[in-house]
Design a binder for this molecule. Structure first.
Ligand code: FAD
Length: 360
């Protein structure tokens, strides 16, 4: 079924589209199909016409770009200056945009080192539900003025407004990286090792758990220091036999493929979790593709079965999930599944920014 789409190419056109269209769904690269497929009566706002980097001074470590700019374009520009987006957003190779990443609140494994998308967003410009162009935050790291609109837009799923422009802090990429994949015998052993590593002074760019019992540890820094650091890491872990070192292009290719999160037909769901809940969840989940990132604080899960089954499972576990990819089913009222947290504050913010319910 083809859907109507509006394709603004500047903020004024976007404002006009918002003012004149009763129900809208912004779409960036369309890489998170469960979030960007409109329900009946909604008009798609294709944001890819509002693209381009507006300001970037590598010496200032700040980048300002339009929301429809592809992540891949931003990453290539930053890489030319040895810099990167430290929250490590997924789906860059498939065409994800900056705006879609912020609206979905997505970070990747390398958020382990410095933090997630919330920690790097400095400023936003967006169009609210009445067609006003609103600005929040700025381009400086120290910014105490007013309500923290930039952080509010992280994970807002397009319900508070349409992102137009974003300012980010960026960081230097480590000069060299290496990855250890450590296969331990059982989940309990892997969790124990993960807790110990998290409490140690060792620094990781990624600390992931791939069930049933593989830890993936990425370190980075000066090339000459890496061999000794890897040795310290192996010693800390007690030289486990199932250890595999990834370096060079093989290592970079491995992380690129992790960032694609392409695990086959079915649903892809993001589940914020606490490490202490992993063992209980793993007892209920069938074998399959999934990855706990950020020391077990976030799960990306592939689910090939009916999504209602996962909804029930997450509810039993006291967890909430955001369906990112997969068929948008009419039975699913929202991409948010699992426990339905009371969102009184979010409802009040939505009422203030989108009084005509154009985005919800
Ligand atoms: C070391 C560590 C690493 C972590 N790594 C990650 C990570 O890589 N990625 C990650 O996402 N989390 C990570 N977390 C968890 C993170 O701190 C949050 O708990 C988690 O991101 C919350 O996820 P959320 O965006 O779904 O939740 P919230 O932002 O609390 O939102 C809950 C849901 O409501 C929606 N929502 C939010 N605001 C609004 C609004 N105003 N109106 C309507 N709906 C709204 C969101 O889309 C979301 O689906 C990590 C935590 C730690 C301690």
């Amino acid at each position: 079924m083809s859907e109507p789409a509006l394709c603004p190419t500047n903020p004024a056109e976007l404002q006009e589209a918002v003012r004149t269209t009763p129900k809208l769904l912004p779409r960036g690269g369309g890489t998170k199909t469960a979030l960007s497929s409109p329900r009946e009566g909604r008009t798609v706002l294709d944001m890819t016409g509002l693209r381009g980097v507006k300001e970037y001074d590598p010496a200032e470590y700040v980048l300002v770009a339009l929301a429809g700019t592809p992540l891949a374009e931003v990453e290539a520009l930053l890489a030319r200056h040895g810099q990167y987006l430290p929250f490590d957003p997924p789906f860059a190779p498939q065409g994800a945009t900056l705006g879609g990443t912020v609206a979905a609140g997505l970070s990747g494994p390398m958020r382990q080192r410095y933090g997630g998308v919330r920690d790097f967003i400095l400023g936003v410009q967006f169009v609210d539900g009445e067609g006003n162009l609103v600005r929040g935050g700025g381009k400086v790291v120290k910014n105490a003025a007013g309500f923290d609109l930039p952080k509010l837009m992280v994970g807002s799923l397009g319900r508070l407004g349409v992102l137009v422009e974003l300012a980010f802090k960026v960081f230097p990429f480590p000069r060299a990286t290496a990855t250890l994949k450590v296969s331990l015998g059982r989940l309990e052993e892997a969790l124990e090792a993960m807790y110990k590593l998290a409490a140690s002074p060792l620094e990781f760019y990624a600390l992931d758990l791939e069930p049933p019992a593989t830890l993936t540890l990425r370190i980075g820094g000066l090339p000459e220091a890496l061999p000794a650091r890897l040795e310290r890491l192996r010693a800390f872990l007690g030289h486990p036999p199932g250890t595999h070192l990834l370096e060079g292009e093989e290592e970079r290719g491995y992380w690129r493929s992790v960032g694609r999160l392409e695990w086959g037909h079915g649903y892809l769901v993001k589940v914020p979790i606490q490490p202490g809940k992993i063992a209980g969840l793993e007892r209920e989940l069938p074998a399959g593709m999934r990855r706990y990132i950020g020391t077990g604080n976030l799960l990306y899960l592939h689910w090939p079965d009916p999504i209602e089954d996962l909804d029930g499972l997450l509810k039993r576990q006291g967890l909430r999930g955001l369906v990112l990819r997969g068929e948008a089913k009419p039975t699913l009222k929202s991409p948010l599944i699992g426990v339905d947290w009371e969102q009184a504050f979010a409802r009040r913010v939505t009422a203030a920014l989108d009084p005509h319910h154009r985005f919800s």
